[in-house]
Write a protein of this length. Structure first.
Length: 260
């Protein structure tokens, strides 16, 4: 099997950057997507420019986590009113998700912010291998269509699909029920691995020992969120380092997004 070990949120803060770099340097990460306008974005870009043997993409960000989190748009708020509040900050994820499901977000506004975020990294000299979205928003129709419209103009063809491998069935998750539909549409429009798995390392601490028995002979992305200060991120950091030893012992091949 050919496996991409991928870090989301690269650049979010110093903690996530430190942990992600640790994983790269220990051979437990092959790719990452950089958040374009965050406190440690500059550090993430600097590492990416110095390590072209790995793949780096854009972690497109259209929402903020909570009232005090720093996610903010690159475009002026007046150009993307569907994505921001009265103070020009991104709306929280649950609001954007509901608007996306109801088709109440302008695709052209998403396109503007998407182009601005991609350009902000390309202008720094970054070669972008692929994109995904913070909170996996690109699976929703307005965001997916915006990517279809935008990426062909900037020469990017690789986009993360939807999680299709679960160790525990999350019956309350819309993605569990609608993921196959969203995944087919993303696979039709873009290049991505055959399978995508994102572990919950606190709830499934033994995923490194289990996951390799679920898939064979294909490509798979494993998406992670390394860190140290939060328990769930620290669990990801430790688990992926254990996983890579198991994968290599079974002769699986670790690849980058750019190898697809």
């Amino acid at each position: 099997m050919r496996i991409i070990l991928h870090s989301d949120d690269f650049g979010q803060n110093d903690d996530t950057v430190d942990a992600t770099i640790e994983c790269f340097l220990k051979g437990a990460m092959t790719s990452a997507t950089i958040m374009p306008k965050m406190p440690a974005t500059d550090r993430a870009i600097a590492f990416a420019l110095d390590h072209p043997q790995f793949s780096f993409g854009v972690h497109l960000t259209y929402v903020r986590e909570n009232d005090i989190s720093p996610e903010s748009p690159i475009c002026p708020a007046v150009e993307i009113p569907d994505l921001v509040d009265k103070d020009g900050r991104f709306l929280q994820s649950n609001v954007i998700r509901k608007r996306a499901l109801l088709g109440k977000i302008s695709i052209s506004q998403i396109e503007k912010e998407t182009l601005a975020q991609i350009a902000s990294l390309q202008d720094r000299g970054l070669v972008i291998s692929h994109v995904d979205a913070h909170g996996h928003l690109h699976k929703f129709a307005p965001f997916r269509q915006a990517l279809i419209n935008v990426l062909k103009t900037v020469g990017i063809e690789r986009v993360r699909s939807v999680q299709d491998i679960y160790l525990n069935k999350p019956f309350k998750s819309p993605t569990y029920w609608l993921g196959s539909v969203w995944g087919r549409k993303l696979k039709k429009a873009f290049v991505n691995p055959d399978h995508f798995f994102m572990p919950d390392s606190l709830q499934n601490p033994d995923w490194p020992e289990k996951i390799l028995s679920y898939v064979s002979g294909q490509t798979m992305e494993i998406g992670l969120h390394p860190g140290r200060s939060e328990a769930w991120r620290d669990a990801d950091r430790k688990a992926v380092q254990r996983f890579v030893a198991l994968a290599k012992s079974q002769s699986h091949e670790l690849i980058c997004w750019s190898d697809l």
